[in-house]
Design a protein around this ligand. Structure first.
Ligand code: ATP
Length: 294
């Protein structure tokens, strides 16, 4: 049996830079993994692929991204004439990452499957090949195979390393709304002003040249407008968090999770306790975690 943590991500900033003819959007985003993770367990056998998950909103059939990743991995092995003897795996996912929370839970699970299977079968594929496979599964999957924070462009699959981010504690609140990503992208009202183009260029230059590691100044998410129109509770949760914490709060990805950054652990702990007191029940989940450099 193999156990592996499958980390979540946040988008420290996310700009929509274009609309493509295939219906997808081009974006410019700074992504970083955080300590919040699903626990994945792998048991190898010779009876095909099974996926189970303890969360009622996550499918256990072949549409589960972890299942799709395993199918793709074994198919690619056949393609390179490296069939796996007795190929079969049971994968169990213990969900901690809020589902539909803009934290990339499904994509992370898929990337973890590709990594675990590649290691288990003596690495038939290079990292570059795994990233190619990841692209077929979803725009965020390559990021979870990539080591460290990254500037993402294209639909999120073109990645450049950002090595100098300052360490930060991350106070995260799941607004409790399962947000369908495609609805939020569809609802986005596109506008790329010259001011925004200038901001993107200067942020990109600073980060790629190893400056601007203090990321607090760049927090932004173009999808907030659309997500807030569709789900006003996300807007009100953000407002309440900002009032309570007295610091900027940003939505991750297509929502509905919201986060605030803290350089100082004590301040982060105080903020965490404040949010737990405000939402003691199960309708909002609050997590205190941290940016990861892997
Ligand atoms: P996206 O990557 O689309 O922005 P997200 O990060 O907001 O998604 P996820 O938790 O990845 O949210 O879930 C998105 C959808 O994918 C859910 O509706 C869920 O049913 C489905 N799904 C399929 N496989 C998984 C998985 N292994 N874990 C979580 N969700 C999964």
């Amino acid at each position: 049996m193999i156990k592996k943590a499958s980390l979540a991500k946040i988008n420290l900033f996310l700009y929509i830079t274009g609309r493509r003819s295939d219906g997808f959007h081009d974006l410019f985003s700074l992504m970083a993994k955080i300590g919040l993770a699903d626990d994945m367990t792998f048991v190898f056998h010779d009876r095909g692929i099974q996926v189970t998950c303890d969360h009622p909103d996550v499918p256990e059939d072949e549409t589960n991204l972890a299942h799709r990743a395993a199918v793709l991995f074994f198919a690619c092995c056949e393609k390179i004439s490296k069939p796996i003897p007795g190929e079969g795996v049971c994968i169990h996912i213990k969900k901690q990452i809020p589902v539909g929370g803009g934290l990339g839970g499904g994509s992370s699970n898929a990337a973890t499957v590709l990594q675990v299977l590649n290691d288990r079968y003596s690495r038939p594929f290079s990292l570059k090949q795994l990233i190619e496979m990841g692209r077929c599964l979803g725009a965020d999957v390559p990021f979870f195979l990539f080591n460290g924070p990254a500037l993402a462009t294209g639909v999120g699959e073109k990645l450049a390393p950002v090595s100098n981010l300052h360490f930060c504690h991350v106070l995260l609140c799941d607004s409790g709304i399962h947000v369908p990503t495609s609805r939020v992208f569809k609802g986005h009202e596109f506008c790329l002003t010259s001011h925004k183009k200038y901001t993107i260029k200067s942020v990109s230059d600073a980060l790629l040249q190893g400056q601007g590691g203090d990321i607090g100044q760049y927090l932004h998410n173009d999808l907030e407008g659309s997500a807030f129109r569709l789900y006003p509770e996300i807007r009100s949760t953000k407002k309440e968090m900002e009032d309570l914490l007295q610091r900027p709060v940003t939505m991750s990805g297509s929502g509905g999770s919201l986060f605030a950054l803290y350089p100082d652990r004590k301040d982060a702990q105080q903020g965490y306790e404040m949010l737990c007191r405000r939402w003691p029940g199960k309708n909002r989940n609050v997590f205190l975690t941290a940016l990861q450099n892997r």
